[in-house]
Structures are given as C-alpha cells and as structure tokens.
Design a protein around this ligand. Sequence first.
Ligand SMILES: NC(=O)c1ccc[n+]([C@@H]2O[C@H](COP(=O)([O-])OP(=O)(O)OC[C@H]3O[C@@H](n4cnc5c(N)ncnc54)[C@H](OP(=O)(O)O)[C@@H]3O)[C@@H](O)[C@H]2O)c1
Length: 308
Amino acid sequence: MKASYFEKHGGPEVLIYGNLPDPEPRPGEIIVDIHAASVNAADVKVLGGGTYGEIDTFPYILGRDLSGVVSSLGEGADDFAVGDAVFGICERGQEGTYAEKIAMNQLLMMKKPESLSHIEAAALALPGLTAIISLEGSLKLHAGEKILIQGGAGGVAGFAIELAKYIGAHVVTTCSARNIDYVRGLGADEVIDYNAQDFTEVVSDCDAVFETVGGAVTERSFAVLKPGGRLAGIASGVKAPPSPRDDVESLRPAVGRDRKYLERIVELRDAGVVRVPPIETYTLESAAAALKKSGGRHLTGKLVIQVR
Ligand SMILES: NC(=O)c1ccc[n+]([C@@H]2O[C@H](COP(=O)([O-])OP(=O)(O)OC[C@H]3O[C@@H](n4cnc5c(N)ncnc54)[C@H](OP(=O)(O)O)[C@@H]3O)[C@@H](O)[C@H]2O)c1
C-alpha cells in the first residue's frame, strides 16, 4: 500500500510518500481501505518527537481517525461486512491513517451515515469525540452556565462551540480577526480577537473554560473563572494543567475511545446541532504540506487527507 510515513523525527519535510506492506487483521480487527484521514494538531507533535516522546519503531505512520470501506475481516470481527462504508478512531496508542489501508479494532468503528461524505466523516471523528468528552464528560457543562472556549476556530473548539450552545450555555470564544465571522456563525455569543484584546481584561465570572490553545493561554485562562469554576485543558500535555488558584478545578479530559462517541457525533449531526466544518483537503502525497499548515496553528475548521 501507499503511505505517508517517517523514518526519523523532524519537521514535515521528513515525511516520505512510498510503499509499505499491507496490514493484516488480528482477531476482532477489520481492514479498512481508507478514503479520508483527518489531520489533527497532535500529528505534527508526534512527528517532532518531544511532546509525546520519541518513537523507536520505524517506519511510522501518523493519523488517528479515518473514513473508508471495509475490505477484509479478521477472525470474530462480525460487526461489519466487506464493502461497508465505515468511519472511526484508532485505539489509544495506535496511529496509521495516513495510508491506503489500516487494521482497525471494529469496536471503534461505526457505519458511515450516507449523509456524510468520507471526508466529512473523517473531519468530525476525533475532534467530535474530544469535544463531547470535554464538555459533557469532564466539564459537565449545563444550561445557563458561561463558558470561555479558547481557540474557537480550531477543529475541536469549533465542535465545542456548537455543542455548548446546544447545551444552553453562554459561549465566549477567542480567535484571530479573520475567524470572527466563522465563530459567530457557529453560535458564539461573544467573540474576542486575541490580537486586539487581552481576554483576561474583558472576560470574567466564567463557570467553565475549555482551553485548546496551550502554553501561556492555559495559565492565564484560570483568571476568568468564578470561584468553584472548572477548566478543562487539552493542549498542555496529558496531565491537568497546574492551577494558580485553589478555588477552581483543573481537569485534563481523558480522551477515551468508544463507539458510543461516534454514535453521539452522528446523533448531534443528524439533529443539526453540529455542522461539518470548513475542510481543506490534501492528498496522501502532499501530507507534508498539510502538517506544515497544521503546525502553523492558524486554521479555520479542519484539514483532511483525501486518500482515494
Ligand atoms: N484533535 C483532537 O481531537 C485532540 C485531542 C486531544 C488533544 N488535542 C489538542 O488540542 C489542541 C487543539 O487541537 P485542534 O486539532 O482543535 O487544533 P487546530 O484545529 O490546529 O486549531 C488551532 C486553532 O487555534 C487557534 N489559535 C492559535 N493561537 C491562538 C490564541 N493565542 N488564542 C486563541 N486561538 C488561537 C487558531 O485560530 P486562529 O487562526 O484564529 O488563530 C486555530 O484555529 C491541540 O493542542 C491538540 O494537540 C486535540
């Protein structure tokens, strides 16, 4: 199969487009002929080493979510049939969707609704799961609460804005000037251009913060919480970010993998709660360009690799 892979850590330029052996299904796995793979912010971090540690087994293929068609079944994998269009998310610790084929745990896959194209399904998978776990699971956001969603134009945060509005929260978000209309369209009640205004000076008394930017933005976000408030951060490593306050809660959502989250994404999408974000597509051969764009951290919506 063709894949976009790397043999050593580095920047997007170390990606190689070439041939690797086809995967073989283990019991409970299905082989999926990938049509579309989503580009997530984590990918460029994994490629670079450091944040997620060093990889010692090469060649290594990036990519955590996908949409495609089942081409063969491992022993006992009977939830699907060959030819089914499916989408889903890799198991924690597994990657490899920047390729023409992958062996997937069938339990983390679901039939792709006809209302979504492969590209759209791939775009919603991991960001949707992350936003659902963060808002409904970790933050337990409820109607009438005020939430600051940092980085509203990104893949996860965009989904989160729509979900928070559906829950009935008052949503404040941050983005650059060119994304103001986009995040307003998602339903944000208040939008802060982070280059023009310091969010800590114009936002206060939040019940919750969903922090997707990282670094100093995480540290400074605690200031906008009311006593008893809670912050969920997904951009500052795998632990809850250290809080400078002892009257608020800091959380690191555990982005567990389960088919029920895929079902929830489809439910929310069918109900019109969430829409498919703007998507910029790349080919498998041009995956390095997608990673370069992703690493720049200034997107509107999602980047997706169209494999076939
Ligand atoms: N994808 C997942 O499911 C997942 C799961 C777990 C953890 N994470 C982590 O969550 C973070 C976000 O991931 P993502 O895939 O949603 O990111 P993304 O799609 O790459 O989005 C990045 C967004 O951040 C915005 N941004 C950059 N600097 C900002 C600032 N100072 N203030 C406000 N907004 C700013 C950009 O908007 P502008 O262009 O307007 O600046 C851009 O839209 C990453 O650190 C990732 O590793 C993601």
